[in-house]
Design a protein around this ligand. Structure first.
Ligand code: PLP
Length: 388
C-alpha cells in the first residue's frame, strides 16, 4: 500500500517508543526501572473520580458542545483569574482531548506552508513534528549555552522574514528550566518586534521548586494578549494524564477557528472527563501542593545522587519532573547508544536527548518513588563505572 509522504516523514514519539520497549522487557520478566514516561505516578484526585462517576450516573454520556461544557470553561476561567489575574470569557476558551491535541489544532490553525516557528531547544518531542505536519518549518533556537533559557542573541540569529510564531514552554520539558520574568519580557518584546504569535505552554506551571516562581507571560506583558494562545491541561497538575483534557485560552477569533478545526477532528473532549476536570480544577488544591512538595524532595534526592557520578553534568531543574543529563563526558557520549545499552544491560529506561533536538543528553523523569530513583542511579553508576 502506498503511504503518504506525510505519514512516512513522521518520527514516532521517542518517549512513547522507549516506554513501550521497557514495558515489553518488563512483560518478559526483566527487572525494568523506567524513567522515561512523562506522567506523575500519583493517582487522580478522588474529587475528579467521583465527579466522573456522578456524570455517568446522570447520563452525561453524549456529545457536549464542541468547545467544552460551560461548567468546565467556568472552572478554567475562574482558575486563570485566581491564579494569574487574567480574564477570559467562555468564547475565549476551548477544551480539547488532551493538550497534545490542542497544540496540534492550534499549530494547524496558525501555520501556513513554509512559515517558520521558533522552538527553544531542547524542546518537548511533539512541537517539531506538529509544525512539520502543518508543513511549517521548526527553527531550533539553542538554549543549552545559557542554562536552558533563551537569549536575545540566539533568537536574533534565527529570525527571518518567514518567522511567524514561537512556542514557549515554561517550566520546560525536558530541561526543567523555569523562565524568569526578565526572559519572558524579552520574549514578549521579540513577539511584538517581529509580529509573531506565541503559544505559551504552561502545563507544568504548578510544579516549581525552591525559590523559583512560575510566571505567565501575560502577567509581565499584558499588551501582547491578542497574539498569545495559552496552553494548559489537567494531565500534570492533577495527575490526570489518562483522562485526556487540555485547553486553550486566547483571542476569541483564533479560538473560534481552532474550534472549527476541532469540529472535524475529535469533536468535543470526553464528556465524562470534562466533568472530572471541572471538579479537579474547582476542588483540588491541597493535593496539588502535596504532590509538588513530593516532587521537590525527589528532585533534591536525584540531584544529590547524580552529582556523585563525575562524568555526568546537569543543570538543577527548577520545575517539571525531569532532569536533563549531559552524557558527553562519559565513554558512551552518543545518547541513543547510551539509552539502548543502559536498557539492555541494566534495564534502566531513559529517553535520548535527540528526541528533544539535543543529542548528547538523556532525560530522566523523577516521577517515581524514591526507592526506584536510588536503585536507578546505582545502576547508572555501575553502567558508567564499568566503562571507566
Ligand atoms: C510540554 C508538554 N506539553 C504538552 C504535553 C501534552 O500533555 P497532554 O497529556 O495533556 O496531551 C506534554 C506531555 O508530556 C508536555 O510535556
Amino acid at each position: 500500500m502506498k503511504l503518504s509522504q506525510r505519514a512516512m516523514s513522521i518520527s514516532p514519539s521517542a518517549t512513547l517508543s522507549i516506554s513501550d520497549k521497557a514495558k515489553e522487557l518488563k512483560a518478559q520478566g526483566k527487572p525494568i526501572l523506567s524513567f522515561s514516561a512523562g506522567e506523575p505516578d500519583f493517582g487522580s484526585p478522588l474529587a475528579a473520580c467521583r465527579a466522573a462517576i456522578e456524570a455517568v450516573n446522570r447520563g452525561e454520556t453524549h456529545y457536549t458542545p464542541n468547545s467544552g461544557i460551560g461548567e468546565l470553561k467556568k472552572a478554567i476561567a475562574g482558575y486563570y483569574k485566581r491564579r494569574f489575574g487574567l480574564e477570559y470569557s467562555s468564547g475565549e476558551i476551548l477544551v480539547t482531548s488532551g493538550l497534545k491535541t490542542m497544540l496540534y489544532e492550534t499549530i494547524q490553525t496558525l501555520t501556513d506552508p513554509g512559515d517558520e516557528v521558533l522552538v527553544f531547544t531542547p524542546a518537548w518531542v511533539s512541537y517539531v513534528e506538529q509544525i512539520n505536519l502543518a508543513c511549517g518549518a521548526a527553527v531550533p533556537v539553542d538554549t543549552s549555552g545559557s542554562g536552558f533559557c533563551p537569549t536575545l542573541e540566539e533568537i536574533s540569529k534565527s529570525v527571518t522574514g518567514k518567522t511567524r510564531g514561537m512556542i514557549i514552554n515554561t517550566p520546560c520539558n525536558p530541561t526543567g528550566a523555569v523562565y524568569s520574568e526578565k526572559a519572558l519580557r524579552m520574549l514578549a518584546d521579540v513577539a511584538v518586534k517581529y509580529d509573531l504569535w506565541v503559544i505559551f505552554d504552561e502545563v507544568y506551571e504548578r510544579l516549581v521548586y525552591g525559590g523559583a516562581r512560575h510566571v505567565n507571560i501575560l502577567q509581565v506583558a499584558p499588551e501582547i494578549r491578542s497574539r498569545v494562545i495559552i496552553a494548559n491541561g489537567v494531565s500534570k497538575t492533577y495527575c490526570m494524564t489518562g483522562w485526556r483534557i487540555g485547553y486553550a485560552l486566547g483571542p476569541g477569533e483564533v479560538i473560534k477557528r481552532i474550534d472549527g478545526l476541532q469540529s472535524h477532528l475529535t469533536s468535543n473532549a470526553s464528556s465524562i472527563a470534562q466533568w472530572a476536570a471541572a471538579a479537579a480544577i474547582n476542588d483540588v488544591e491541597d493535593e496539588v501542593e502535596r504532590n509538588r512538595a513530593a516532587f521537590e524532595s525527589r528532585r533534591d534526592l536525584i540531584c544529590g545522587l547524580l552529582s556523585e557520578i563525575k562524568p555526568l553534568r546537569f543543570v538543577s531543574p527548577d520545575g517539571a519532573f525531569y532532569i536533563f543529563i549531559d552524557v558527553r563526558g562519559t565513554r558512551v557520549p552518543d545518547d541513543m547508544e547510551f539509552c539502548r545499552k543502559l536498557l539492555e544491560e541494566k534495564y534502566v529506561a531513559l529517553v535520548p536527548g535527540a528526541a528533544f533536538s539535543a543529542p548528547g543528553y538523556v532525560r530522566m523523569s523523577y516521577a517515581c518513588p524514591e526507592s526506584s530513583l536510588k536503585d536507578g542511579v546505582a545502576r547508572i553508576r555501575e553502567f558508567i563505572e564499568a566503562r571507566s
